[in-house]
Design a protein around this ligand. Sequence first.
Ligand code: AMP
Length: 289
Amino acid sequence: MNRLAPPVPLVGSVAELKRRIAQWRARGERIGFVPTMGALHDGHLSLMEEARRRAERVVVSVFVNPTQFAANEDFGRYPRTLEADLDRLARVNADLCYAPAVEEMYPQGFATSVTVGGPAEADLEDRFRPTHFAGVAVVVAKLLNQAEPDVAVFGEKDYQQLLVIARMARDLDLRAEIVGAPTLREADGLAMSSRNIYLSQEERRVAPALHRALVTAARRIAEGEPIGHVMGEAREEVATAGFAIDYLEARHAQTLARVARRHDGPTRLLAAARLGATRLIDNIAVEEA
Ligand code: AMP
């Protein structure tokens, strides 16, 4: 680890965040913002590099947001590794890390919710995590109002989330331009995720099968094979590998509407599947004709 990189300033309050950002803005510098839940991996870092290409200053938030976890989910055991995260942020020269406490984001008496429709009601993640996007929307709306960045970068890894946030930012006239960035993968194709550390050795060996099935299905659809048939076989392949599938579907890349034929529009294949207690999500584009 490069200990020579200068440390990244860490702030925990909205007031201090605003004060630092105002100084940069007064000098005419553009602010790029990358919201994360920490346990940073190279996928997160690639978002920061994207933000760096678009702005003079890169601000990263690290906040494990309780409102986007349901009671039966992994909020309590989600990895929290702020020290290591700060080291990684130093290596990509982030300008500021904002890591508020839960009470800073949700003080006593907090009573506001954000209702999201459109892509948030696509019958994908929302079918299995019905309160998830409301929690994401409220925290992202708060973060974007707190930092007021020029640009905010989100991963295509969470494709439905990216569309939900882009829709919300447009609908609520938030200042930030919302930018999507491609998914970074391990050498064997597994999408990088903070949750991959939950996988046992055997599960880790099996995990790339999800991406493999998506790649095969995308190629076959691009070659003109019928979507319904191809997706049926992809589901079989993933189930045979040992996954319990939540969904594995072909959708319109912008609206998330179901697509029956390739010519229904740009197509995205999206999947969520469980290996033991770990839930993996992934998605890829079908190459356009
Ligand atoms: P998280 O910390 O899981 O909330 O993710 C923070 C941001 O990083 C989100 O915009 C994610 O979509 C993005 N992200 C997560 N994994 C990856 C990955 N493998 N490649 C690129 N971006 C990612």
